[in-house]
Design a protein around this ligand. Structure first.
Ligand SMILES: Cc1cc2nc3c(=O)[nH]c(=O)nc-3n(C[C@H](O)[C@H](O)[C@H](O)COP(=O)(O)OP(=O)(O)OC[C@H]3O[C@@H](n4cnc5c(N)ncnc54)[C@H](O)[C@@H]3O)c2cc1C
Length: 485
């Protein structure tokens, strides 16, 4: 089994230099995933000096580990948005997703990006007849908005389902190849630095001073934080308004492939599609704070793939995404000239694309009909915030439980949690009996880290930061490593 994303198997990503001196620009984009690259794409001709930095290589973040769907049929999202707001809001969200899909297609065609783009029929299904009521509400929305759908008797694959609806005009692609295409397009006009981590964003009079690796500074009038999970807590208090959810993908070889995209509505959410000679089986797990042992998720995926297809798993990978309380992303200005794009609710290929357009229009003072829809500072009424206490209770409970109980029953003999010089440390003992000692505390909000036996990493169950066994940061929101000094 290969423990890495199926998309980045073939290496053709040229390395950009890292920042080695102080610099200044008009617009600093932090993060080279689909959101940051899309913002860079729409800002490249703005006559402003734009710099894009990534703490890693471009395109290695969450986007390179997703299922590569460009779908406007996103489970039963429209009736939920309609319930949270009204039918007009749900309609504008639908328009934003359709516009994002046509923008991606336009870019791919214009620049001839080879990223395995194919049109698909998308299926949303449930194996639970009790879901019929919700599915009917979604169908009402489709009828009101002239969405051509079909009620199917079966899925086009052998998989249990009781209710199935399908739509056309959705797409699948290889998200990593698409991001490399965007990188190539923007490279002549925008300076890109890789392996360059932003550790803080500090507001000065009419500009921001962004610390890079605590060594250098970038002075910028506008800052776009496209880091998946924003790296700052204030302003906006994102950790208290969102939930991090894990999702796992297993891929196995098949003989015949079809251009289809499948998503179950009943829990756990299953997302499936073909790519090349593989079938991708994605399984949503729980919120990261209630899900500690990734081995169970791998076993679950393995069992289900054997049960339904009689196959062994060839690839296994996972990532997380940020969920919002009202099913709409947070895209826009959170403080003067500081922008975020996050909370894509597992639909970042479309929302990351549209976020680039919205943010570029905000910076250029252009009109954009989605600014209000995605406004991160939108009003929260009591009926919409019921998820917020649930998110905070889950994370708060995990935070306290981890402080009082380091879960030693869960660890084998090769992992230990010990206090060294008064500091709680995590120790991993490798096959050569070498001890790798790191701090057990996440620098982001001080949550205790859990050892991940599949990837051999230390993961934060509260907000999703991840670290290597030697303490280097892999994924934020933390911007610091956990090495013992
Ligand atoms: C398993 C799974 C399947 C999914 N499938 C789909 C799908 O089929 N279709 C869909 O539309 N959506 C899907 N999603 C959602 C989608 O993957 C995400 O919403 C999207 O990738 C987020 O894009 P991003 O650009 O915000 O983040 P990323 O792609 O993670 O990019 C953020 C970048 O910022 C960089 N960065 C972070 N911190 C710093 C820092 N301090 N300094 C400098 N750089 C930094 C990172 O290195 C990274 O490259 C899926 C999500 C999951 C979990």
């Amino acid at each position: 089994m290969i423990n890495k994303s199926i998309w980045i198997n073939k290496e053709n990503n040229s390395v950009e230099e890292s920042l080695k001196e102080n610099t200044q620009c008009d617009i600093l984009i932090i993060g080279g995933g689909i959101s940051g690259l899309s913002a860079a794409y729409y800002l490249k001709d703005s006559n402003k000096k734009v710099v894009l930095i990534d703490k890693d290589r471009i395109g290695y973040g969450a986007t390179s580990k997703n299922t590569g769907k460009l779908d406007y049929m996103q489970g039963l999202i429209y009736h939920k948005i309609k319930k949270n707001y009204n039918k007009e809001t749900a309609k504008i969200y639908l328009e934003s997703q359709k516009e994002a899909i046509s923008e991606v297609i336009k870019i791919i065609k214009k620049y001839k990006i080879n990223c395995h783009l194919n049109e698909t029929t998308s299926y949303v299904f449930s194996n639970n007849i009790d879901d019929e009521k919700d599915i009917n509400k979604e169908i009402d929305f489709y009828n009101d908005n002239n969405i051509d759908y079909k009620i199917e008797s079966n899925l086009p694959i052998k998989y249990p389902s009781k209710i199935v609806i399908s739509t056309n005009g959705n797409y699948i692609f290889n998200p990593y190849e698409y991001m490399l295409g965007l990188k190539k397009i923007i490279k002549d006009k925008i300076k890109i630095y890789e392996n360059t981590i932003c550790t803080s964003i500090n507001k000065k009079e009419d500009y921001y001073l962004c610390k890079i690796d605590d060594k250098y500074e970038i002075k910028a009038k506008y800052v776009v934080c496209a880091t998946h999970y924003p790296i700052f807590i204030v302003p906006f208090l994102i950790p208290f308004k969102t939930e991090v959810q894990n999702f796992y993908i297993g891929a196995f070889k098949v003989k015949d492939t079809k251009d289809i995209s499948l998503l179950s509505y009943n829990k756990p959410v299953i997302s499936m599609r073909y790519y090349d000679n593989y079938f991708l089986y994605g399984r949503r797990s729980h919120s990261s704070s209630t899900n500690l042992d990734i081995r169970k998720d791998l076993e679950c995926i393995k069992e289900e793939i054997t049960k339904y297809w009689g196959k062994d798993i060839d690839y296994f990978y996972h990532t997380n995404d940020i969920m919002t309380y009202d099913n709409l992303p947070f895209i826009g200005e959170v403080s003067s000239h500081l922008y975020i794009a996050t909370g894509f609710n597992k639909w970042g290929n479309t929302n990351g694309t549209i976020s680039g357009k919205v943010i570029s229009d905000l910076i250029n003072n252009n009109k954009n009909k989605y600014i209000e829809l995605f406004n991160p500072k939108r009003g929260i009424s009591l009926d919409k915030i019921k998820n917020i206490p649930i998110y905070n209770i889950k994370v708060g409970t995990r935070y306290i439980l981890n402080k009082i109980n380091p879960h030693m029953n869960y660890y084998n003999n090769n992992v230990k949690i010990k206090f060294i010089n008064g500091k709680r440390c995590g120790i991993y003992i490798d096959d050569n009996n070498k001890e790798h000692i790191v701090s057990n505390i996440c620098p982001h909000m001080k949550c205790n880290l859990i050892f991940n036996y599949i990837d051999k990493t230390w993961d934060c169950p509260c907000h999703g930061s991840r670290f290597t066994i030697d303490g280097n940061i892999i994924e934020g929101p933390s911007v610091y490593n956990i090495k013992i000094k």
